[in-house]
Unconditional design. Structure first.
Length: 368
């Protein structure tokens, strides 16, 4: 079993110095125009300083009409380049593999953040979204590719394509959401077509030392575990990506689908033939022991979220003490400031039940 300290080579780009990847964590710290703020640069730079082998940004919008949340980083305009260059330089200087996650929210775009309706593979009444035209699909494909080229120009080592969590590419993959009857709907091959076209386009447009990852989630949001397993095997076989990043919510959970409950969720993917593609996963890997268990389950790397919020140096802590456990929740705002979170990020984390301490004055206050 490979341990967490071992370097990890990729087919493209520099090797990771260890097996820790920073999860792409929503933090709402970018400016309204998508440019990076000093707070967001500091938050990410501290994670690279803290020892992450790969440091990834939050989901970055490739089209302002596909924005997913307030304060979201952008990579759709050259005006974003100065901040992106500064961030890439900081991460690279720490020897961390630097990555931007590319994202379009599709029907999950908040109405209040755009003009007109959100877009979706098919019209969706629940989300008030309209169906995309073929020309719009072609534009989205081009926007993903252009964003990757822009990130490479800024100095990043790679990008990750966000195909999870019910966002646009996940919506195309879903047989429950995607009701198209053209080349982008119907069969699984057709529903996955846009994702593969984007990956192939990025690989063709960017240099041979530029890494490409893909994030998928096999459950919820209209996903079928068997279909996601099929897509995962195909993307590994075609070898146009360097790593597959699975978002599982809990790496060791039993699948929701009764047809797959004879194995843990992660086990449905670790047995796939990977070739040169690396496999990692996120989901409650909050302690040194859990990270070690995930590696023992057959992963090539671990994707850390909550532990990285609580400790900027989570990898260094685990490498120094294999049984390291993060500070107990809830934590104070002062602790999060010390760990590099800005006020907007702390406010966002305050919406996570039990994560941030509630001041006694606020807890005891009663409605007027």
């Amino acid at each position: 079993m490979t341990d967490l300290t071992s370097p990890l080579t990729l087919a493209h780009g520099p090797a990771l110095k260890n097996r820790f990847m920073l999860a792409p964590l929503t933090n709402q710290q970018s400016h309204a125009d998508g440019t990076l703020s000093a707070d967001e640069i500091r938050w990410l730079s501290m994670r690279a300083e803290g020892g992450f082998g790969l440091t990834m940004t939050a989901a970055a919008q490739i089209d302002p009409h596909g924005i997913g949340f307030p304060g979201q980083l952008g990579c759709y305009d050259d005006a974003h380049l100065p901040g992106l260059r500064e961030l890439a330089a900081n991460l690279n200087a720490e020897g961390s593999h630097s990555v931007v996650q590319l994202h379009h929210a599709g029907m999950r775009t908040p109405h209040e953040l755009i003009k007109g309706k959100p877009v979706c593979p098919s019209a969706n009444e629940e989300f008030g979204a309209r169906a995309m035209t073929l020309a719009e699909i072609e534009k989205v494909r081009a926007d993903f590719i252009a964003a990757a080229v822009r990130c490479e120009a800024a100095g990043f080592h790679g990008v990750e394509v966000h195909g999870a969590h019910g966002y646009l590419l996940c919506q195309f993959l879903s047989a429950e959401i995607n009701m198209r009857d053209d080349q982008y709907g119907g069969s699984l091959e057709n529903r996955a077509r846009l994702t593969f076209e984007i990956i192939d386009g990025i690989r063709a447009a960017c240099g041979p030392d530029f890494s490409v990852g893909l994030r998928l989630s096999p459950e919820r949001f209209g996903m079928d575990l068997g279909e996601v397993r099929t897509v995962s095997q195909r993307v590994m076989a075609e070898a146009q990506i360097d790593y597959l990043d699975l978002s599982l919510w809990d790496v060791f959970k039993t699948p929701m689908d009764e047809a797959y409950q004879d194995r843990r969720l992660i086990d449905w993917f670790t047995d796939l033939e990977r070739g040169d593609v690396r496999l990692g996963a996120a989901g409650k890997l909050t302690t040194g022991a859990k990270c070690r268990e995930a590696m023992e389950a057959g992963l090539d790397f671990v994707v850390v979220g909550r532990g990285a919020i609580l400790h900027h140096d989570f990898p260094q802590q685990v490498l120094a003490n294999p049984d390291f456990e993060p500070v107990s929740l809830p934590v104070s705002r002062a602790h999060l400031r010390q760990e590099g979170l800005g006020e907007r990020f702390i406010d966002y984390m305050s919406g996570w039940k039990g994560f941030v301490e509630v001041p006694e004055s606020a807890a005891s206050a009663s409605p007027a």
